[in-house]
Design a protein around this ligand. Structure first.
Ligand code: ADP
Ligand code: MG
Length: 640
């Protein structure tokens, strides 16, 4: 048999025909129903649209033999039962403008028709105000009265019976069941005000009780997240609660994008991206803008390829999001990608910034946000979070040096001081603070271990600090705070104080490095690095940031050039800068095996407490670890 035997015969003209209705529905079903879980999703959407407060899903054989979804919603009138199964029949929209501002989960009016064309369907419903329930047989169209309380049950039997080829694509029952459960979980996370139960082959698989009668209650969401994803998810995550106003040229009023939910702390990240739940106006979606924004917010604190975990709810004016771009509505399109991106990344980074080590973090963050006229913190009533977060704010006299708001902009000033004596933390303010304040989360230094770790005692027990990692983050955050305005070509007056090298350092450069040095000359200059071409293959470094005179100049230039060449400055300028600063910080931070005095160690601990994101180093590795007294007791079998 020739390889191309299965290809259609070449260009032979065939007549154009209209397809029969049943075939049209089966084709539509091909888009909407991939597997039992797709049916579950559509039926759950319908039940939620009908205002259900309790939904029960019953499955047989992974949903292939039976999917039944029972709700206590408003029901369907007997005369409307047959219409519900028709193609393009819906109660949810009636005009194009309805479509543009659709607030229901469904609107295409094709799910039931499609499902009915590939499975045996039955609709059983008692509508509000009706004395009886009626059962419609989807095959015969026969309707008869039956007994039922208010609400609707949709039964779908023998999925794909009429399209056996598609049935062959199904996986083992256990796999299909897992997908069905995932579909219910996705709905359940978005609706803590609705109770859910899933049964499989007569056994209860999962059930989540209704947590509230309000849709957007944060305590209810927390409860539901714990029920569905486990208490571990809640314990290792922080509240996200944010509203941005994003004025655009097209509108006078500022449409608000709200982002709330919970974001996993960096230590909760996983190797797979299976705990990333993201909703737009209540609908579970997979969206590149949102996931990229989330990634970028975690970039600074996650190690390598680790995947963050989060459940994020993005809410905006429905006219600013097109939900009609995908048959199953799992993809959406935003009018303003940039606004959504900014809202999500700001929401997440502000939630993630305060460190566990600090009781005073959050201040710099508020400052940064205040500088951005487009972003303001949410003052929505649904936020017990705000209160907690503002309680964490610095008092003015607590603001550590280098983070002070009113200080004139002195690029790298703190850094250069440190470089003169690389670990000199013992600025008067810090030492004074260290000796007077009692409640220091990271406690007091006891010793330095092998020149690498600081051991400290705090109220909980023992704290172990990786001093290089911690210092690296401190320097990095300090640089970022001083560098909050993105550079542009005409920002050359902002150049960091630089120092000419007595003997300029030359390096053999790749074509990319040569081009980068030329293209980003202004940025390099502003960074305090003057790198010029000496020949077609050689670069010469003439100046370095004054703070960095002692580093390996060639190595520094190479890292900076490598990073500059990888970032399209028009889109990634801030992250490129952060990466540059991170590189600078790494070169500056105190190296291992340097002996610190107690004063220096304590100063480092205090700095960590007042530094954002100080739980992780710039590369996402932890900077400190707590060993509680209880763990120590267990280690020594005390009190057993
Ligand atoms: P859509 O949800 O896009 O409107 P469907 O084919 O899913 O299209 O459903 C068709 C119609 O049947 C819905 O518009 C709704 O009026 C009705 N319907 C379906 N399921 C239910 C339910 N569980 N409770 C009440 N009405 C329902
Ligand atoms: Mg529907």
């Amino acid at each position: 048999m020739a390889l191309n035997d299965h290809l259609p015969p070449s260009a032979e003209r065939r007549a154009i025909r209209e397809l029969p209705d049943a075939l049209v529905s089966q084709i539509a079903a091909g888009e909407v129903v991939e597997r039992p879980a797709s049916v579950v999703r559509e039926l759950l959407d319908n039940a939620l649209d009908a205002g259900a407060s309790q939904i029960t899903v019953r499955l047989l054989s992974g949903g292939v033999r039976l999917i039944s979804v029972e709700d206590d919603g408003t029901g369907i009138l007997p005369e409307e039962l047959p219409i519900a199964l028709k193609r393009h029949a819906t109660s949810k929209i009636g005009s194009l403008s309805d479509l543009e501002s659709v607030g229901t989960m469904g609107f295409r009016g094709e799910a039931l028709a499609a499902i009915n064309s590939i499975a045996y369907c039955a609709l059983l419903s008692r509508a509000t105000g009706q004395k009886h329930a009626f059962l419609l047989d989807g095959q015969t169209g026969e309707i008869k009265p039956v007994a039922r309380t208010l609400g609707t049950t949709v039964e779908v039997k023998q999925l794909f019976f009429s399209t056996p080829a598609r049935r062959k694509f199904l996986k083992a029952d256990a796999t299909e069941l897992a997908h069905c459960v995932e579909a219910v979980r996705r709905h359940a996370l978005a609706r803590p005000d609705v109770g859910f139960a899933i049964w499989h082959d007569g056994k209860l698989v999962d059930q989540w009780r209704r947590c509230s009668d309000q849709r957007n209650s944060l305590p209810a969401l927390e409860q539901r997240l714990a029920d569905v994803l486990g208490s571990d998810f809640v314990e290792r995550s922080v509240w996200v609660d944010f509203a941005s106003s994003a004025p655009t040229a097209r509108t006078f009023h500022a449409p608000v994008i709200k982002v709330w939910g919970r974001a996993g702390t960096p230590d909760a990240a996983r190797s797979r991206s299976d705990l990333q739940f993201c909703y737009v106006n209540g609908r579970f979606v997979r969206d590149k803008v949102i996931s990229h924004a989330a990634r970028s917010a975690y970039e600074d604190v996650l190690h390598g390829q680790r995947q963050p975990v989060y459940a994020l709810f993005v809410e905006m004016d429905p006219t600013r999001v097109d939900v009609n771009v995908h048959p199953t509505k799992i993809e959406v399109r935003f009018r303003d990608n940039r606004d959504v991106h900014q809202a999500v990344s700001h929401a997440l980074s502000s939630a993630l910034a305060p460190s566990r080590a600090g009781n005073s973090a959050g201040a710099e963050l508020d400052l940064n946000l205040a500088q951005d006229p487009k972003i303001k913190g949410s003052n929505q009533p649904l936020t017990p979070v705000n209160a907690a977060q503002s309680a964490m704010k610095f008092e003015a006299h607590d603001v550590p040096m280098g983070l002070h708001v009113n200080e004139p902009w002195r690029p790298f000033a703190g850094l250069s001081e440190q470089v003169k004596s690389p670990v000199d933390f013992s600025e008067t303010a810090l030492t004074a603070k260290a000796s007077t304040t009692a409640q220091e989360p990271l406690g007091h230094a006891l010793a330095q271990l092998h020149g690498v770790y600081i051991l400290a005692e705090n109220a909980q027990g023992l704290v172990i600090v990786d001093m290089h990692a911690a210092h690296e983050r401190i320097v990095y955050e300090q640089l970022k705070a001083q560098w909050h305005t993105p550079l542009s070509q005409d920002d050359q007056h902002r150049a960091l104080p630089c120092q000419p090298l007595l003997i300029p350092a030359s390096l053999i450069a790749t074509p990319v490095e040569m081009a980068t040095a030329e293209r980003h000359a202004a940025t390099l200059y502003a960074l305090g690095l003057e790198i010029t071409a000496f020949s077609s293959k050689t670069l010469v470094v003439r100046t370095v940031p004054a703070a960095l005179v002692e580093v390996d100049v060639v190595e520094l230039a190479r890292s900076v050039l490598a990073e500059l060449s990888q970032h399209d400055t028009s889109t990634a300028i801030e992250s490129a800068h952060h990466k540059l600063l991170s590189t600078l910080a790494c070169h500056t931070a105190v190296r291992a095996s340097r002996r610190l005095t107690f004063e220096e160690m304590n100063a480092l601990l205090r700095r960590m407490e007042s530094t954002l994101r100080s739980d992780q180093c710039n590369h996402g590795r932890p900077t400190w670890h707590q060993i509680s007294l209880r763990e120590l007791d267990a280690m020594f079998m005390r009190g057993q």
